[in-house]
Design a protein around this ligand. Structure first.
Ligand SMILES: [Zn+2]
Ligand SMILES: [Zn+2]
Length: 375
């Protein structure tokens, strides 16, 4: 599929080669006169349409007959008048007739799911009210421990509580980053019992050496004196009884942490934590499924992967342990027992527990500090 700025004689958005449907072009232009959607969104729309035309053609379905001359707000609207494209981008839908043809042709549901997700994202950019849509929370794709501590901050309206939760979140970011960094580098983190925030920051500094990204994070931490703030306001001494007095401090700390998160984002968003629950060989490969500890929701979304070889060869040696991997999910490193899924002795629920050194753990969702032995 060629994306070209060169116009075509019939002034079409996109054309495919009848004899080889996998060849075609899309005319990329500035279409601001007819839609709010940026031209990339229009290209995406036609790539998507092209995929369907091709798959249907390859299954012998006369897709040309599906095209609607009268717009219905369907992917298969013809749109001879270019302004009609804006209409179908804003409906971002498939009509019942087309959906029926597509499903009867045996196009997999997974592809339809992806299509709907892409159309929905495009729709948000095409509608007039797009700017008023609430932004998705950034932590939806973060590993559970840091996503959950971040989510708790978002929900806190009381300034004192917010301030405390920001400190917990910062602690979790540093702790998790250090542990994951050690595991990724094939080292076993050594952690003293109930370490202080200063200890974690010091350990992270030692571990990362000259890696620029982490150095920037540590620089911000130092410049903004996050550890001192924690020790002065929370660790030692008296707490102010006046909650309002924490409002400006919470705001300042929030800014610092936003900045740190911004630096860490490329790493955090690439990390995945998986708990394999079931694995079985199929005819040609291995199938594995379990929980994906992504985002802050307590019901972790499922994952399912197909491994070409024995899961032990990609690092998975035991079920029900937590493994660290990246988005590609090709190789795995066991992060348990530093992070584990177990019954919290305090609340008696299945929780994700993060090490606090020795046999001490923190239930990251509830904030319980508990003692238990995990092998
Ligand atoms: Zn239709
Ligand atoms: Zn608990």
């Amino acid at each position: 599929m060629l994306l070209t700025r060169t116009p075509n004689e019939k002034n079409w958005f996109a054309v495919q080669d009848d004899s080889e449907m996998r060849n075609g072009f899309i005319h990329v232009d500035d279409y601001r006169w007819m839609t709010n959607a940026p031209s990339e969104v229009i290209s995406v729309h036609y790539v998507l349409k092209g995929i369907y035309n091709t798959l249907l053609a390859e299954k012998g379905v006369p897709w040309m007959h599906m095209i609607h001359d009268q717009p219905r707000g369907c992917l298969f609207d013809f749109c001879p008048d270019k302004r009609e494209l804006n209409f179908k981008l804003r409906t971002a839908d498939l009509c019942g007739d087309c959906l029926h043809v597509i499903q009867s042709a045996g196009i997999p549901d997974a592809l339809l799911q992806q299509t709907v997700a892409i159309m929905e994202e495009s729709r948000r950019l095409a509608i007039n009210t797009g700017q008023f849509i609430e932004q998705k929370e950034s932590f939806l794709e973060w590993p559970f421990p840091v996503a959950v501590t971040r989510h708790k901050v978002v929900q806190a309206t009381n300034p004192l509580l917010r301030f405390m939760l920001l400190l917990d979140h910062f602690d979790c970011l540093v702790r998790f980053t250090f542990i994951a960094h050690e595991i990724e580098n094939g080292r076993i983190p050594e952690i003293e019992p109930r370490p202080s925030l200063g200890w974690w920051v010091g350990k992270l500094r030692q571990a990362v050496g000259d890696e620029t990204l982490f150095k920037r994070v540590l620089k911000i931490t130092e410049r903004e004196k996050v550890v001192n703030i924690r020790n002065e306001r929370r660790g030692h001494g008296w707490m102010s009884a006046n909650e309002e007095s924490y409002r400006s401090e919470a705001e300042e700390l929030q800014k610092t942490i936003d900045h740190i998160e911004g630096e860490l984002r490329p790493i955090i968003e690439n990390q995945r934590l998986l708990i394999p629950r079931k694995m079985e060989p199929t005819e040609s490969c291995w199938e594995m499924e379990g929980d994906n500890l992504i985002g802050s929701h307590l019901l972790h979304p499922p994952f399912r992967i197909e491994a070409q070889s024995d899961p032990r060869s990609i690092g998975i040696t035991k079920m029900n342990e937590i493994y660290l991997t990246d988005r590609k999910m090709e190789s795995f490193q066991k992060i348990s027992p530093f992070l584990s899924s177990n019954i919290c002795p305090e609340c008696q629920h299945q929780r994700i527990l993060l090490t606090d050194g020795g046999q001490q753990y923190i239930d990251v969702f509830m904030g319980h500090r508990v003692k238990m032995s995990i092998d």
